[in-house]
Structure formats: C-alpha cells, structure tokens
Design a binder for this molecule. Sequence first.
Ligand code: FE2
Length: 383
Amino acid sequence: MKDLTTVQNYSYSTEKVFADAEDFFPINGTDYVELYVGNAKQAAHFYKTAFGFQSLAYAGLETGIKDRTSYVVVQDKIRLVLTTPLKPDGDIADHLRRHGDGVKVIALWVDDAVDAYNKTIERGAKSYQEPKEMFDEFGRVITAGIHTYGDTVHIFVERNNYSGTFLPGFIPWKSEYNPPSMGFRYIDHMVGNVELGHMNTWAKFYHDVMGFANLVTFDDKDISTQYTALMSKVMSNGNGRIKFPINEPAQGLKKSQIEEYLDFYQGAGCQHIAIATNDIIHSVREMRKHGVEFLHVPGEYYDTVGERVGIIEEDLALLKELGIMVDRDEEGYLLQIFTKPVEDRPTLFFEIIQRKGAKSFGKGNFKALFESIEAEQARRGTL
Ligand code: FE2
C-alpha cells in the first residue's frame, strides 16, 4: 500500500493508493453531509456554538422554497446541511418521523455526475435522483443520486463550473454570530450501521457498485467486550479520501450498541461522522467549554496506555483530563475521542480524530470505548 499522507493533507492528487480499488469515476472528497433535523434553525446554532461551524448558506421561504428550510454551515472542508420540513407530509417529514434527526445525504464531489450516476446504476445501484442541472449567475452544478443502506443516499455533485456560495437555490447566509473555528479540517470517515447479516451485502455494494476496496475487516474477536460484539468492514475509494466502515451487530450476551442504534433509528443509517483536526487538544478543550459531551474514558485506561503506544508528543495528563484516547499502528499513532449522541435518540454521534501517521481506526481503543458505551446503554436501560 502506498503512502496515504497526501490524503491527510487533503491535497487533490489523483494518485491511486489502494491498488484493488477500481476508481472508475474519481471522487474528489465529501461534498456535503445533509442531516434531516427537527429544527434546522436551532441545529445550526448548535453546530456553530458547540462545534465551531460558520454560517454559509440558506434556502427557505425567503428564497422561494415552500416545503423546507435548509441552513448550511461550514468549517474548512466540511459542509453540513441542516434541513427541516415545513409541512407534515412528504419525504423529509416521513424520514424525520421514522428516524429522528440523522444523516440523509452523504454527497460526493465528482468531476462528472452523469457518468458517476450512469456507471453506478449500470452496476446495480438503485436510483434516488436522476441527473439534474442547476444554474444561477455563478455557473452550473449537476447532481444525481443513488440509494445506499437504509434510507441514506449518495448524491454526486459536479461543481467544477460553479463559483457560488454553495448550490444554486441557496443564498449566502450572513450572520453576526460567528464563533471561532475549533480546528476541524475534513471528514476522515463516515460509519454506517446495518442490520445483522447485512455487512457483507453493503461491503459488496461499495465494492461492486462504487469500485471501493476493503481496507480492513474487524471481526467479533477484535471488537467485543464481556457482553456485546460487532463486526466491521472498512471500504475505501481508490485515493483514500472516502472511507466508509460498515458495522453489523454480532452475537453477545447483551444487546450491542449497533442493535440499540438500529432499534432507535428504525433501521440502517449513519452511526458516526469522524472529523479530522490538526490539534485535538485545542478542539476538544473548546468543544467541552461549549457544552459538548464526550464518552467517559475510565481513568485506568491511562495507567497502561503508555506501555501500549510508547512515546507520544502529547502530555498524557492532559489527554487524561480531556478524555482523549491514543492508539498506535505500524505507521504512527492517532488520537481520538467520541461524543455522546447529538440528539435524544441514541443514534448519530461524532468522532474527533488527529492522525500522526496512523491510518487505522483505533483498534486498541475498541474495548475501552465499548465498555464506556455499555455503561451509557446501561443507564438508558437498553443493554
Ligand atoms: Fe470512527
């Protein structure tokens, strides 16, 4: 496997880093993530205040949209679209009723949306939206969409001939409230939870339909505690900018966190969005200051972490104070932390990750992490 440094730096080389990925249509990165939420105005305020996003764009009644409101917030390469239906009927309201707040669209930035759509449909994808051209005074955008797990979809966005704020139909959202960035840079990976027995189906979908490669597989021996277990396959596109781990529950003595998610989300969906930062200590300190709640890491974790990961640049006492975990692989180490769910249902949460050479996903932290999640589940009565 070739060096992935270019990926972490998010430079747009076309270098192929995973030899067995097909990359029959290039993906330049995550274009945006759209969440359907109960109250987009308040959600936008939350992501600005607690996560350091900035106002970017808006669409709603004032722009001639009658059935929904969308706020777009941005932090470096990350764009979140927060959408709320204005009426009780329709797809957005149905989605919200069933799933609660959650990820609807994982949009992928491509050079040719029609080509991406045609090729994935040919290879067996189910159509969500036929190619659509949109214009305004800033140019042209073409989008097209396919279904993935659950009610989640991918939209291919071709925006090489567009210089507007976000997309045609959106106006710039000017706000006097602009909290400072928390140092987030780009989306490192996005994880899908799928039903028991469906992990391979969706791994195969990403392989066959999208041309992705299987980067790594974790079985229930890697990811299990005394009570619960899960299995995971990490799928990646050829240049490594898009990484989608797919989780399914495995047999355990008690209900796994994946089953809890599936129960509350009412099916498969996006479990977490992992955001890369260059300074996790700064990011987490600021997030905590602004009220973000993280999973508790037991103090004993830090008694042995030094032996496990060896020498690191950061002060362990500081990591312990902030609850940041560390793991090492052959290529370096990584620092990571997980928020509690960001809505009332125990469904979507965020990971903050800083990679220092490591390209893995924190396998050495799985046990401590899952025990922490189980403690939360026990408090919710869902273990
Ligand atoms: Fe993750």
